[in-house]
Design a protein around this ligand. Structure first.
Ligand code: SF4
Length: 451
C-alpha cells in the first residue's frame, strides 16, 4: 500500500461520527460558470424530470448575445446528442427574470442548469414553447464553507504525537498526504483533458497557477474564454490584455516612450477585434491587486502567459519530460523587452531586470501541473517529486508547519521540499480548516497513533 493510500484510509477512518453541517459556499455566477466549464461538477447528471443527461461537449464561452455556452452537445437517456447552447443560472427562475423565455437567441438552448430550484415548480420554455431539460447542480458537493477558515498560527494538539513519531515516519505521513493531493490534482487535470483536450488542459492549468490564489478565477476565466487554439493563431498578448480589461484608455502622452510604444502596439491589434470579444471581458471587480508584490502584478503574469503561448511546442516538450531543471531554465530565459523592466502597463521603468516568472512560481507549476501529469502517466516519477527542493511557497504552508511541528527543527527541514510542503497543505485543508473545536475534537492526533 502506498503512503497516499494510507493517508486516504486515515481520512476515511478519521471521519467524525457526527459530520459537520455542510454549508455550501455561495458561489458567484462567474465562479459557477468557471467550475462548470472545468468539469468540476462532472458531465453525467439527472434532469429534474428524472432523465439521464450526459454533456457530450461543453462547447465554448459564447462571444455573442445569448446563452452562456455555445456549440455544446447533450445526450438524454443515451440518445443522439442534441447540439445547441447551455445556459447556467444561479436560480431556475432567472430564466424568466432575465427575459430568456421571450428571447429568440435562447431558442437553441439544449440544457438549463441552475443551483437553486426555488420554492415552486418551474418549467424552462423557449419563445416557441419548447420544453428545455433542466439540471439542478449540487453546489455543496463541490465546495462547502470551512468551519475554521483561518486557523490560528499556534501549535496544535498533533504536535506531541508527531514529535513522538520517528522522523522517517513523520515524513511518511506528510508524503502520504502529498501523494493523495497529487492524485486529486491529476484527476482534475484528467477531467480537463477529457473535456477540452491535452493542450487546452495544460494551458488552463498553467494559467490558473499564474493567477496565484487571489487571481486564480480571472486567470481561469481568461484561459477558458480565450482558448489556446485561438491565441496560437496570433495576437495572444493583445487579446489577453484586451479581454482582461488591462489596457489603459487614457491619453498615452502621459507615459514614457517605451510604454507609449508598447501600449499603442497592443491597442492597434486589440481595437479591430474589440467588438467580437467585448462580451468575454473580465470585469475589474474580479481582479485582486491588494497585498501583491509589485513583481507579481497580474499584468506581468499575463505577459508570462502570452510568453508560454509563444513557446507552446517547448511547453509541450517540458510537460512530456517533466525535468525540474529544464522547466526552471525555460522560465529563467523567458524574456520580454517591456516586462523585463516594468511592474504594470503604466509604471515607470525599473532599473533592474525582473524575471517574468520567479523560482517559487515555477515550483508551484511543477507541483500543481507538471508532476501530477507526469506521475499519473508514470507512477515511478513520484521518486523525483519526493526529492524536489523548493523555496517556501506561501504563508499557509508556514502556518501549517507551525501548527503541526511548532518550533521543532523537523519543520525547517521538511519545508525545504516541495512534496512535504504539499503534504502540510493537505493536512491543513483536511483537518485544520475543518476543525471548529480548537483541536480538541480533531481526529488527526488519534489517527497518527495507528499510522
Ligand atoms: S486541527 Fe488537527 S491537524 Fe490541525 S493543528 Fe489541530 S490537531 Fe493538528
Amino acid at each position: 500500500m502506498t503512503p497516499g493510500d494510507r493517508y486516504a484510509r486515515l481520512l476515511v477512518s478519521g471521519a467524525r461520527e457526527t459530520p459537520l453541517l455542510r454549508v455550501p459556499r455561495e458561489l458567484t455566477e462567474m465562479e459557477l460558470q468557471a467550475h462548470w466549464f472545468a468539469g468540476d461538477f462532472g458531465r453525467e447528471f439527472r434532469t429534474v424530470d428524472g432523465r439521464a443527461a450526459r454533456v457530450v461537449q461543453f462547447g465554448v464561452w459564447n462571444r455573442e448575445a445569448g446563452p452562456d455556452f455555445a456549440e455544446a452537445a447533450v445526450s438524454l437517456d443515451g440518445g443522439a446528442p442534441a447540439r445547441g447552447s447551455i445556459e447556467l443560472d444561479p436560480e431556475a427562475r432567472d430564466w424568466e427574470r432575465h427575459g430568456h423565455a421571450e428571447n429568440p437567441d435562447y431558442e437553441n438552448v439544449v440544457l438549463h442548469v441552475f443551483t437553486r430550484a426555488g420554492t415552486s415548480e418551474f418549467f424552462t420554455r423557449t419563445v416557441q414553447h419548447r420544453h428545455v431539460p433542466q439540471v439542478l447542480l449540487d453546489v455543496a458537493s463541490l465546495t462547502s464553507e470551512p468551519p475554521n477558515p483561518q486557523p490560528a498560527a499556534i501549535p496544535g494538539r498533533c504536535c506531541a504525537p508527531l514529535r513522538a513519531l520517528p522522523e522517517e515516519q513523520a515524513r511518511e505521513v506528510l508524503l502520504g498526504a502529498a501523494q493523495f493531493r497529487l492524485r486529486k490534482k491529476a484527476a482534475a487535470l484528467a477531467t480537463l483533458t477529457e473535456l477540452h483536450g491535452a493542450d487546452e488542459a495544460l494551458y488552463q492549468a498553467l494559467a490558473a497557477t499564474l493567477g496565484y490564489k487571489s487571481n486564480k478565477l480571472p486567470f481561469t476565466l481568461l484561459a477558458q474564454r480565450l482558448p489556446l487554439k485561438l491565441l496560437r493563431k496570433g495576437d495572444a498578448d493583445a487579446l489577453l490584455f484586451g479581454v482582461s480589461g488591462f489596457l489603459p484608455a487614457t491619453d498615452l502622452a502621459a507615459f514614457d516612450a517605451d510604454t507609449r510604444s508598447y501600449v499603442r502596439g497592443l491597442w492597434e491589434r486589440w481595437w479591430p477585434r474589440r467588438a467580437e470579444f467585448e462580451r468575454l471581458a473580465i470585469a475589474p471587480a474580479f481582479w485582486r491587486m491588494a497585498g501583491q508584490r509589485p513583481a507579481n502584478h497580474p499584468q506581468r503574469r499575463l505577459a508570462a502567459l502570452a510568453g508560454i503561448i509563444r513557446h507552446w511546442p517547448k511547453i509541450r516538450a517540458l510537460r512530456d519530460r517533466c525535468a525540474p531543471a529544464e522547466v526552471h531554465e525555460f522560465f529563467a530565459q523567458l524574456r520580454d523587452e517591456y516586462w523585463d523592466h516594468h511592474y504594470t502597463v503604466s509604471s515607470r521603468p525599473a532599473a533592474k531586470r525582473m524575471a517574468l516568472v520567479g523560482a517559487s512560481r515555477v515550483t508551484e507549476m511543477l507541483a500543481n501541473v507538471f508532476f501530477p501529469l507526469a506521475i499519473a502517466a508514470d507512477p515511478t516519477r513520484w521518486t523525483g517529486f519526493k526529492t524536489l527542493r523548493a523555496p517556501l511557497a506561501n504563508q499557509r504552508v508556514e502556518v501549517a508547519a507551525l501548527r503541526l511541528f511548532a518550533d521543532s527543527p523537523r519543520a525547517g527541514e521538511f519545508l525545504k521540499f516541495a512534496a512535504l510542503q504539499q503534504g502540510l497543505l493537505q493536512v491543513y485543508e483536511d483537518f485544520c480548516l475543518r476543525d471548529a473545536s480548537d483541536c480538541e475534537q480533531c481526529p488527526f492526533p488519534r489517527q497518527l497513533a495507528g499510522w
